[in-house]
Design a protein around this ligand. Structure first.
Ligand code: ADP
Ligand code: MG
Length: 300
């Protein structure tokens, strides 16, 4: 029974968190296999401080053994710090997150959580400590209530409403005649991108993880939604170690540190001002190219 329960819970978790990353059913099967492994770890599911270190991490995807996707990645994030990963498409940003979530084994090196190798962690327990707000939020067919509380199935009505309120979602949910019972997904109502983001934020608030991963939407949300999403994210990030795959200048300016990736290596690190000031720096060029257009916001 633990086997079945564990698998179903694991699959739900995976679907909710990294739907976009799962390209094939083959991949799901791989993950299920992994979920059934036994781990002797006695780590607590909660009470993680949220310190993360990558130590000389080298990685090849199993399907492409000849290609080093990550080539000696080193960084350390203290509990509660906010960092951003920046770099062109294909640089390795999402792969770093996949490895932190233990979807693949490392080729070399180690990843530490609170100073302990994650190799000893049960992947499901590990993932309970990491909340994800993905680039494109896909809700499953069901009610808004179900979509919010699935990271914490036992959540009370009050907890769900509190999370929705903090996520700036309660107002629009209440505007529907059916409120939290409103059906979403294929057979339900169609929510805007910003509304889906806020549902995902409410979900993450309810999960209350020590670590947060935000993969920012590349296409901008409607202006009204944008401000509400940003405000909700700022709330959510408070007191949590946060890694942002940043596409927006507004976000990247606020983080403690930016790691600039190029072809699987960290080639620059510093805050926005420091990196912008590097003559002919990769980040400086990236900002000029990418963010100037994408965010349609002035650079200064
Ligand atoms: P980013 O998020 O910075 O755009 P990714 O981490 O997604 O970059 O990708 C880094 C490199 O790994 C790219 O060359 C990409 O094609 C490759 N890659 C990503 N996912 C897979 C996969 N599942 N199998 C094989 N190669 C992959
Ligand atoms: Mg990516």
């Amino acid at each position: 029974t633990t086997f079945i329960g564990g698998s179903i819970a694991g699959l739900g978790d995976i679907y909710g968190q990294v739907q976009k990353a799962i390209g094939s059913s083959e991949r799901v099967l791989e993950i299920l296999d992994e979920e059934t492994e036994e781990y002797e770890s006695s780590q607590e599911e909660r009470n993680v401080a949220g310190a993360i270190s990558f130590e000389e991490v080298v990685f090849h995807y199993p399907t492409r053994p000849e290609y080093r996707v990550l080539d000696g990645i080193n960084f350390s994030i203290a509990p509660g710090e906010k960092v951003a990963l920046a770099g062109h498409s294909g640089a390795g940003k999402s792969t770093i997150i996949q490895l932190l979530l233990k979807f693949y084994a490392l080729s070399k090196g180690d990843i530490l959580l609170d100073g302990q190798s994650i190799s000893h962690w049960d992947p499901q327990k590990l993932r309970k400590n990491i909340g994800i707000v993905p680039q494109e939020v896909l809700l499953f067919g069901g009610s808004i209530r179900e979509n919010i509380r699935y990271a914490k199935p036992g959540a009370s009505e009050d907890e769900i409403i509190a999370a929705a309120t903090q996520a700036n979602a309660w107002e629009f949910i209440q505007s529907f005649p059916e409120g939290l019972d409103t059906l979403v997904g294929e057979r339900g109502i169609k929510l805007s991108g910003g509304q889906r983001q806020r549902i995902a934020i409410a979900r993450a608030i309810l999960k209350d993880p020590a670590i947060l991963v935000l993969d920012e939407a590349t296409s901008s949300l409607d202006a009204a939604s944008e401000a509400l999403v940003q405000e909700a994210l700022d709330q959510l990030m408070k007191g949590r170690t946060t890694i942002i795959i940043a596409h927006r200048l507004a976000t990247i300016r606020k983080v403690d540190r930016i790691y600039v990736l190029k072809a699987g290596k960290i080639i620059e690190e510093g805050n926005h001002e420091e990196l912008s000031a590097l003559p002919d720096g990769h980040y400086a060029n990236l900002v000029n190219l990418q963010f100037a257009d994408a965010s349609s916001k002035p650079l200064d």
